[in-house]
Write a protein that binds this ligand. Structure first.
Ligand SMILES: [Zn+2]
Length: 110
């Protein structure tokens, strides 16, 4: 019997290598038809959001499955493109930031 030449892959390693692959594609300026780490289709697109002056996000979204991931940047990433800013995602980011920043305990007036 022949042994399979595919090495067993840890799930976490697979996730990280898939993510790094996507990040490298974005760095190379490729924003469409990237291979999805989950469903293996070339269906991942890159989007950007810039919800506040000091926050930049890069989003990777698969059109074929539910895969999506994002990275937060402290400053404008070199591959950031205004043409690829998603206003829909940006509103989600803003809502998320507002929730974390303005979360206050309920106060009751006497
Ligand atoms: Zn997918």
């Amino acid at each position: 019997m022949e042994r399979s030449d595919k090495p067993p892959l840890q799930h976490s390693d697979e996730r990280i290598s898939g993510y790094l692959h996507l990040m490298n594609e974005a760095l190379a300026g490729r924003f469409d038809d990237l291979q999805c780490p989950t469903c293996r289709q070339q269906a991942v697109s890159v989007w950007f959001t810039h919800p506040t002056v000091d926050r930049y996000f890069t989003w990777f979204i698969c059109a074929d499955c539910r895969f999506h991931t994002w990275a937060e940047h402290a400053e404008k990433p070199p591959f950031f493109s205004e043409d690829r800013v998603s206003t829909e995602l940006q509103e989600q980011d803003l809502a998320m930031l507002k929730r974390s920043r303005f979360k206050m305990p309920p106060q009751r007036k006497m």
